[in-house]
Design a protein around this ligand. Structure first.
Ligand SMILES: CC(C)(COP(=O)(O)OP(=O)(O)OC[C@H]1O[C@@H](n2cnc3c(N)ncnc32)[C@H](O)[C@@H]1OP(=O)(O)O)[C@@H](O)C(=O)NCCC(=O)NCCS
Length: 306
């Protein structure tokens, strides 16, 4: 059977699955005849590298450092398929996940650090829908501002069309230029090289404790309700947790955000900057949450000009 070579169709049908168990790379002892259940082997001038299950490596007395989850892309890709490996490794790199690729005759296989397996599967599932999440680059700003103008051309508060440029555009410009800007928390969603979604979180405070304030978030109107906003929110939470942040605050729909773990901020002892915000002011507690997080929240300075 001829393998699939068209990149878009390949990506659509990646069908990644995680094999059972942990896998390791080990150097096979020089001069020892090959034995045991070896999954892959590469002979080099310096020696023989083997990839095998961790428990098998232990049984054979092999030493190893890198412990990986093994993800198989079930699509039957032709070996000469142009760009599949590049697209997969670029998407994983954007998510900060290292990855070793093994190409078999039928399928490609990815070995990623065990702790990153779930996140890698999330990245691959988005990629199979053509979506890549990555940190904003300075050259993206015109496209992000245009996207934000489109997303907020109808007011999320009143549901009415907005006259002129929505205020979120000026807010975003202010945030980009502010001291409270955090580069890795300005995240874009891209489809086929076009920016179709963006979310930003900037430095805020609960009392004197550093915290994060999320927003604006916007998705291209024609591509809403396809999970792009959800993916941006989840990526933000993952990055913020990895950075040791205690939590994220936002002003938004009490229907949409609770599905990502946001709760009314007052229930956690965090007061909104304006009392009338009520349950629309929400907080996501991250693993870095601590007892010192109590008091009134303050967004980054550009929010004060609204
Ligand atoms: C809010 C926004 C970022 C969500 O992005 P998205 O890619 O459309 O969201 P997802 O596809 O991940 O999630 C869609 C779900 O969220 C719900 N949802 C989206 N926005 C909502 C809102 N403001 N209030 C309530 N529910 C909302 C949808 O009804 C849908 O629910 P369903 O899955 O039960 O059908 C996007 O709709 C947007 O850009 N809106 C205009 C700008 C805006 O309002 N930004 C937020 C200001 S707080």
């Amino acid at each position: 059977m001829a393998g699939e070579t068209d990149l878009e169709r390949l990506l659509e049908s990646l069908h990644p699955i995680v094999r059972d168990g942990d896998y390791v790379y080990a150097l096979w002892p020089h001069g020892r005849p090959l034995e045991g259940d070896v999954e892959a082997a590469v002979r080099e001038a310096e020696g023989l590298t083997v990839v095998l299950r961790r428990d098998e490596a232990d049984r054979l007395g092999l030493s190893y450092d890198f412990v990986a989850a093994w993800i198989t892309l079930q699509i039957h890709s032709a070996l000469e398929a142009v760009g599949l490996t590049a697209a997969v490794s670029a998407a994983l790199t954007h998510a900060g996940i290292s990855c070793n690729v093994l190409a078999g005759f039928h399928h490609d296989h990815l070995l990623v650090p065990t702790g990153d397996a779930d996140r890698a599967m999330g990245v691959l599932q988005l990629l199979s829908r053509g979506i890549v999440l990555r940190t904003e680059q300075p050259g993206d700003r015109p496209a992000i501002l245009a996207l934000t103008a489109q997303a907020f051309s109808v007011s999320p508060v009143t549901g009415e069309p907005v006259q002129g440029t929505p205020i979120e555009v000026a807010l975003l410009r202010g945030l980009f230029d502010s001291d409270e800007y955090i580069p890795e928390l300005s995240i874009v969603a891209e489809i086929g090289g076009d920016i179709v979604g963006h979310v930003i979180s900037t430095r805020g405070w609960v009392g004197d404790e550093p915290f994060l304030g999320l927003g604006p978030i916007g998705v291209a109107p024609t591509l809403q309700r396809r999970g792009i906003g959800s993916a941006l929110l989840q990526e933000t939470a993952t990055r913020a947790a990895a950075a040791g942040e205690p939590g994220i605050a936002l002003l938004g729909s009490p229907v949409y955000y609770p599905r990502f773990g946001y709760v009314p901020a007052v229930s956690l002892g965090v007061q909104p900057p304006e009392a009338r915000w009520g349950d629309h002011f929400q907080v996501l507690a991250l693993p870095g949450w601590h007892d010192g997080v109590r008091g009134t929240f303050r967004f980054a300075t550009p929010f004060e000009r609204l």
